[in-house]
Design a protein around this ligand. Structure first.
Ligand SMILES: [Zn+2]
Length: 185
């Protein structure tokens, strides 16, 4: 017995009714960037089915260098594999979703951050950069950061949203936008 045992039983039920689908672009044409918080499961709060959307999850749902790398690779993969199946206006929309009551909010407090750095060995600056104290502010900053990334395909758009833990409601803060092309080249 492990803590996984009851979940594996659920998987048995899942597998019993399962039909595999072909590899294809995500049906909703969305790549979600969300917090790993178990109260913010994008499949549940956004009513996703298997194959609907890619979800990239990390602490806070922050647009880190690793997230930007993943998105660049996904865009490349989508162009290579699904060029005939994706909409002319773009490959997919990256929806960054930050949330209220995020556990990273504590990192905005210098004392807490200092203790966290000592205990984990992580740099204080990295911990400060991860903090989501005001999700409306951080989600705007992260969408702008993503849109400014040189590796972002012009065929990818980005939008920003806030999930309210108290109401279960997702509110759009920034509508989907494609990156500005640098100059006219
Ligand atoms: Zn969180």
């Amino acid at each position: 017995m492990t803590k996984m045992s009851p979940l594996l039983e659920r998987n048995e039920q899942f597998a019993a009714a399962y039909t595999p689908g072909p590899l294809g672009p995500p049906a909703a044409q969305v790549v979600l960037v969300t917090c790993l918080d178990h109260r913010v499961d994008p499949a549940i709060i956004l009513g996703l089915q298997l194959g609907d959307a890619v979800a990239i999850r990390n602490t806070g749902g922050r647009v880190t260098a690793a997230v930007i790398d993943d998105i660049a690779y996904l865009a490349f993969l989508a162009e290579q594999l699904f060029s005939g199946q994706v909409a002319a206006e773009g490959l997919f929309e990256v929806a960054v979703v930050h949330h209220t009551q995020c556990g990273t909010g504590f990192l905005a407090d210098p004392g807490f951050r200092h203790r966290a750095a000592e205990a984990t060995g992580l740099p204080e600056a990295a911990l400060e950069a991860a903090a989501v104290a005001d999700p409306h502010t951080t989600v705007r900053a992260d969408v702008e950061h993503l849109l400014a990334a040189s590796s972002l395909s012009p065929k990818v758009s980005a939008s920003g949203h806030v999930y309210d833990i108290a109401t279960g409601r997702v509110t759009t803060v920034l509508d989907a936008r494609h990156p500005q092309l640098a100059g006219n080249n």
